[in-house]
Design a protein around this ligand. Structure first.
Ligand code: SF4
Length: 453
């Protein structure tokens, strides 16, 4: 194992929902493959007469409902997750409409409906596998096998870790991270910031700007979601709920149960925007994109938190997300929903504790408590749509994060018997033991017991 060298902006990425591994990763794959095509000799590009795209594993099982073909098409037509319009994928709903792909010297017509849903069970090293082939008759001119490994991260066969700077404070576990904090008498957000500068080469002003952009996209998703009414896209016909929940919170002037209703409303709002395919932030994934925005919105609107405190909280949350990704997983296809909403809740609890100025140990305890009570959570989206149980699950994750914060910040720190390293170890093992049915395949759980529409 090597020290964590993930950037904050790899973990917290802006992009279209509804599922980072099913939309952001595939959109990147589509974009990348067209770039590779344009690097081919012109003679090959002129010979090409077809494109073959095959989806495997969870991408095949739930890709339709998760919008994977639309995301690939948007990517092939030049869209990138962090810069695309919020509604970038909507124009690709028609499966039979051909679009002209730009190969540099000529165009190649391709339809979203041409994408092939291949085997759910396969031998590739990652569940979310995509094969792209540019063909001339039976000749394969270019082939690339991509893996969408969760949280919008994309790898491919032969992928090598890119060269990047070494972290100033290398760690793989929370225990090692804590040693750095103690030995250097620094605070958590300072450590994460120092590592980010060293790993990415960005200056502090650029990092701050990036963090503020992430917060703005999160707040925008909550605001848009609260304002929207009606039914979400897809055959389920699921009603949006955030607007109604928000109104009931407002009626109670956000006091008492009105406060909890507000947290629910904010998480529902961002999740409903995600389900619509609009832009959200992977926190740590699109499916779990409502939890952290709900806590940030609550902190800013109801607890008077300053932007600086939100930034510091986000850096603390990123440290928790790094540890989860490094030592377990943030992919529903690998470990079930404990790795998505569970990790989001853990990150949100850390963010809340840290932004409220609590000691580091309270932050770790809050993150551990939130994670512990998501262990074993399966991923079983009905019809492959990130709607049931995902949207309400985000609301539950946000409320659990708040409760974890209350427990951690009220009780003696020394009462805590489980630490963050232990809970991530348990999460990884639970994920390995979990049946494939419950890992984003829609072959078990609610996906079977609830009729689609
Ligand atoms: S159940 Fe959880 S892991 Fe599965 S798609 Fe929904 S949010 Fe993601």
């Amino acid at each position: 194992m090597t020290a964590i060298s993930t950037s904050i902006f790899e973990l917290l990425k802006i992009g279209p929902g509804p599922s980072s591994s099913h939309t952001i990763g595939p959109m990147r794959a589509g974009y990348d493959f067209m770039e590779r095509i344009r690097e081919l000799p012109e003679s090959d590009r002129n010979r090409a007469d077809g494109l073959e795209i095959r989806l495997f594993g969870s991408l095949s099982a739930t890709g339709e409902g998760h919008g994977t073909p639309r995301a690939i098409m948007a990517g092939m037509l030049g869209q990138q997750p962090d810069t695309c319009r919020s509604d970038a994928m909507e124009q690709f709903c028609e499966k039979d409409r051909p679009f002209d792909l730009d190969m540099g010297c000529r165009k190649l017509a391709y339809r979203t409906g041409d994408i092939i849903f291949d085997a759910v069970q396969h031998d590739y090293p990652h569940s979310n596998t995509m094969i792209f082939r540019l063909k001339a008759g039976d000749d394969v001119l270019l082939e690339r096998i991509y893996f969408s490994v969760g949280g919008g991260f994309l790898r491919w066969q032969g992928w090598e870790e890119p060269r990047r700077g070494e972290p100033v404070y290398p760690y793989e576990t929370m225990a090692q991270l804590k040693d750095h904090l103690r030995q250097n008498s620094i605070r958590l957000h300072t450590l994460v910031l120092a590592n980010e500068k060293s790993i990415t080469g960005m200056c502090e002003a650029e990092i701050v700007e990036g963090l503020d952009r992430i917060v703005a996209v999160m707040e925008n998703a909550v605001e848009q979601g609260i304002a929207a009414k009606g039914v979400l896209p897809g055959p389920i016909g699921l009603q949006r709920k955030a607007n109604q929940m928000y109104k009931s919170a407002k009626k109670l002037e956000f006091q008492g149960s009105g406060f909890l209703r507000a947290i629910n409303a904010y998480a529902l709002a961002a999740s409903e925007e995600n389900a619509t395919g609009h832009c959200v932030v992977t926190a740590p994934t699109c499916g779990a994109a409502g939890v952290i925005p709900a806590i940030i919105f609550m902190l800013k609107r109801h607890m008077g938190a300053l932007q600086k405190e939100i930034r510091q909280g986000l850096l603390a949350a990123a440290a928790v997300g790094f540890l989860a990704k490094h030592n377990a997983s943030i992919s529903g296809a690998e470990v079930g929903c404990q790795g998505e909403v569970g990790v989001a809740s853990s990150m949100a609890a850390a963010l809340l504790s840290y932004a409220r100025g609590h000691r580091f140990q309270v932050t770790e305890n809050a993150a551990e408590i939130a994670m512990e009570h998501h262990l074993g959570l399966t991923c079983d989206p009905v019809g492959g749509f990130v709607q049931i149980p995902c949207i309400e699950r985000n609301a539950m994750g946000a409320v659990k994060a708040y409760n974890a914060f209350l427990i951690a910040s009220t009780l003696e720190e020394s009462y805590q018997m489980v630490n963050l390293d232990k809970v991530f170890k348990a999460m990884a093992q639970t994920g390995r033991d979990m049946s494939r049915k419950y890992k984003e395949t829609s072959l078990g759980g609610l996906a079977l017991s609830v009729p689609e529409c």
